[in-house]
Design a protein around this ligand. Structure first.
Ligand code: SAM
Length: 286
């Protein structure tokens, strides 16, 4: 449910901790969120920037800690976000720029950072409807690619991203940055290749796998007749035989020039907008 931060009540005095020392144990814990192990153990992650934090709260994400720089103190939107964090039982920290730089590992850090609870959608809850388009990524490795794909999936109107096999973490700082906030808007699922194959059989969706050796031009597929899962391969090795062989269609994006292949995020964008074009043109209004 949408939760408007402007409705948050006034912040109560004494609920903001001021921290200037990098040795403070709370700061140490937040800094540790740059490690996947610590993110997994705590089930949290960090998002930078006031706009992202506001969007996340409005989309109903649970905030554990809000960190802002002394320079942001008194700004109305920051005060409102702080009040909302306190109302939700979260911690508010006012810190020096040195501390914010250390937390975000940046020389010119954003003035506001939020620590949120991670959210994963269970594969079993993914029940594709007729107009749904999903992206499934086989062992995606590069955080920038994953973040760009989540952002593009959001922009194209996709319903979710499925991470198949050992993938890079969608909640790493680098991936979250590359999503530009879309990590809060696009449901993310993780599963093994075996679970994906079992789900695919009963999902009612057509799986369109992309492969450099695909038999069909990607523009020749009817993406509107069933929900679609666009299956994309690993950056180095492409799709393995067990996933490619089980797909309903295997398509290629025709290329010219000397490049062996397209970048994964670029190929995903081409596929997504083609698949969504079929649905949008059906319903003339969009
Ligand atoms: N060396 C890898 C291979 O042999 O497949 C290249 C992988 S490519 C960088 C990453 C993924 O992007 C591919 O597995 C495929 O899903 C997609 N892709 C890139 N270019 C493509 C193209 N021209 N046609 C279809 N899929 C493509």
């Amino acid at each position: 449910m949408t939760d408007d931060i402007r409705n948050a009540g006034p912040r109560r005095v004494g609920q903001v901790k001021e921290i200037t020392s990098l040795a403070n144990p709370i700061i140490k814990d937040i800094k540790a969120l740059s490690n996947k192990k610590d993110r997994e153990e705590t089930g949290t992650f960090m998002a930078e920037g006031l706009k992202l934090v506001i969007d996340a709260l409005e989309l109903g994400w649970n905030i554990r800690t809000l960190v802002y720089s002394k320079a942001a103190k008194g700004k109305p939107l920051v005060e409102q976000v702080a009040a909302k964090t306190v109302a939700k039982g979260g911690l508010v920290l006012e810190v020096s720029e040195k501390v914010l730089s250390a937390i975000t590992r940046r020389d010119n850090p954003q003035m506001v950072v939020g620590i949120f609870e991670q959210r994963w959608k269970p594969l079993a809850d993914l029940k594709p409807g007729r107009d749904d388009t999903f992206v499934a990524l086989d062992r995606v490795r590069d955080p920038g690619n994953l973040g760009t794909i989540i952002r593009t999936a959001d922009a194209a109107g996709a319903s979710g991203v499925i991470l198949v096999g050992e993938c890079t973490d969608p909640f790493s700082l680098e991936t979250v940055r590359a999503t530009m906030g879309s990590v809060f808007a696009v449901p993310v699922v993780r599963c093994t290749a075996e679970d994906f194959l079992a789900w695919q059989k009963k999902s009612g969706a057509q799986v369109v796998a992309t492969h450099l050796a695909g038999a069909v031009d990607y523009r020749m597929v009817d993406y509107a007749k069933k929900p679609v899962v666009l299956l994309m391969g690993n950056e180095q090795s492409g799709l393995p035989e067990n996933l490619a062989g089980a797909a309903d269609r295997t398509v290629r994006i025709p290329q010219q020039g000397r490049a062996d292949s397209l970048n994964l995020a670029v190929a995903t964008a081409v596929m997504l907008f083609e698949a969504r074009r079929h649905l949008l043109s059906l319903d003339g209004a969009k």
